[in-house]
Design a protein around this ligand. Structure first.
Ligand code: ADP
Ligand code: G6P
Length: 470
């Protein structure tokens, strides 16, 4: 039996969060690069998005009905409390997430997590098999769903299946740690095209098919024993440049940006960080750098202030809880030592914001610090550039973010080298307006054409070409 969607996006999350209000249940767009990237793409196609709503459902209850939001057909996949713990918080975010991010926190492996990961991936595959029309194009997203391509192909060999990994794909030596590594690779090989943020990810993946499965990759593809060919390539994701530019040049947002600077006490320098509260983002080190610069009096309050937005994320996972404690302790320490009544050194915001407020924050910031220890892409860096239609501001960007390969005119830093970052941050603070404008203009020129629409188009065009003679 087939469905009638000719284009299906399969992602762990639906592009909305369920929120309870006194009036009942409503849906709100959720934070995260994935949602930001795919929403405009889906709006262009007649498609269905299959994903989890974010809550838990009692075992045995039927799946929630499909529903529509902003013209998108959304098909919810339910998770029980146990599945959420073992598939989402466990295998996805305590094993895969740290392992794929260079093990910046030690990955945790528990045998009981794997079975739930497999079971939930099967549920996503079954739901997709039901809604996809004959010959439809299916685009599966990210590390939570690496088994879906093979599970789906098993039921629906007629489909054109693409997979895109939003996070880094680790080097061979690290991937070899993963229990069930062969199953994960075989899962991905169910796709016609496996996309990565960087060429190195595609390279690592193809090498692993040789190392673990004894296949013989050639160029950018590998042939399977059944004669099918799987292609791998780099497709660096981007942002909706036009939307961010439009927002940031609107009167309301510009007014709000001025107001934010006033609320901060009209400092000469506003340093901004915007990240999910995640240990890959390097928030602690960034705070430490700011503290040392204050201690050395190379920056002083209230002339320079830092705003750190730390979006709540994966709050039930221990490593995230302990990160929050450490970050908040550091913020308290800095404000205790260097703040005054009504004049904190760090403005710490553990909250979600709407796009307009984010755009205003970008516009209000003289220096944007994006200093992850490892990041697949980092959309915040690209959003900052898109927001700076005034060609103002400076971006300090970690070499360990995928975005560094494209935003070459940023102040590129090694986030492990604290002294190096301090020097770069000071250079960014003191940058000549002419130099800042030159750098920003070049980055904006690049992003204007390399936006999320171009990303989706290049992936889907490549997917469409797979299986055809060159
Ligand atoms: P990740 O996908 O790891 O969270 P990215 O930087 O690639 O990191 O993407 C984060 C996305 O979430 C960006 O589009 C950013 O605008 C959005 N975002 C980050 N913090 C907030 C926040 N506090 N409120 C709303 N959106 C946020
Ligand atoms: C990253 C991942 C996404 C994920 C997002 C938010 O961008 O690549 O797959 O959706 O973080 O994390 P969460 O666990 O809240 O979905």
């Amino acid at each position: 039996m087939t469905g009638n969607s000719s284009f299906v996006v399969v992602a762990n999350r639906l592009p909305v969060d369920q929120v309870q209000t006194p009036e009942g249940t409503t849906w709100r767009r959720s934070p995260g690069g994935l949602v930001t990237a795919l929403q405009p793409v889906l709006a262009q196609h007649k498609g269905t998005w299959i994903g989890w709503t974010g809550g838990t459902t009692k075992v045995g209850r039927p799946a929630p009905d499909p529903f529509e939001v902003d013209g998108m057909d959304l098909c919810p996949v339910p998770l029980s409390a146990d599945e959420m713990e073992r598939y989402y918080e466990g295998f996805s975010n305590s094993s895969l997430w740290p392992l794929y991010h260079d093990a910046v926190e030690p990955p945790v492996y528990k045998r009981r997590w794997w079975e739930e990961y497999r079971k939930v991936n099967q549920r996503f595959a079954d739901a997709t098999a039901k809604v996809a029309a004959q010959g439809a194009m299916v685009w599966i997203q990210d590390y939570q769903l690496q088994l879906v391509p093979a599970m789906l192909r098993e039921q629906r060999p007629d489909l054109r299946i693409g997979f895109f990994l939003h996070i880094p794909f680790p080097p061979v030596e690290l991937f070899m740690q993963l229990p069930r590594r062969a199953e994960v690779l075989k899962g991905l090989l169910g796709a016609d095209l496996v996309g990565f943020q960087r060429p190195l990810g595609a390279h690592n993946f193809l090498q692993l098919t040789r190392h673990v499965l004894g296949l013989r990759p050639r160029g950018d593809s590998v042939e399977l024993p059944d004669g099918r060919t799987v292609c791998a390539g780099a497709f660096p994701i981007s942002i909706d440049f036009a939307e961010m530019e439009r927002l940031a040049t609107s009167d309301d947002v510009r007014r709000r940006a001025t107001e934010i600077r006033e609320e901060l006490g009209k400092p000469a320098t506003v340093i901004l960080g915007v990240d999910r509260l995640d240990y890959t983002k390097g928030i602690e080190r960034r705070l430490k750098i700011f503290r040392e610069l204050l201690a050395e009096k190379r920056l002083t309050v209230p002339g320079a202030v830092m705003v750190q937005v730390a979006t709540p994320s994966r709050e039930r996972i221990e490593q995230y809880q302990s990160l929050r404690v450490k970050v908040e302790r550091e913020v308290g320490r800095i404000n205790g030592e260097y703040g005054r009544v009504g004049e904190p050194a760090v403005h710490y915001l553990h909250q979600s914001y709407n796009r307009a407020e984010l755009a205003a924050l970008y516009l209000a910031a003289d220096v944007m610090m994006v200093t992850p220890l490892r990041d697949g892409m980092n959309l915040v860096a690209k959003e900052y550039v898109a927001a700076r239609a005034d060609n103002g501001g400076a971006l300090v960007l970690s070499e360990f973010a995928g975005a560094a390969a494209e935003l070459r005119q940023a102040f590129l830093c090694n986030p492990h080298d604290l002294d190096g970052v301090k020097e770069l941050l000071l250079r960014a603070v003191k940058i000549e307006p002419g130099d800042a404008a030159r750098r920003m203009r070049a980055m904006r020129r690049y992003l204007r054409t390399h936006d999320v629409q171009a990303w989706a188009e290049s992936f889907l065009t490549a997917l469409d070409r797979t299986g055809r003679p060159a």
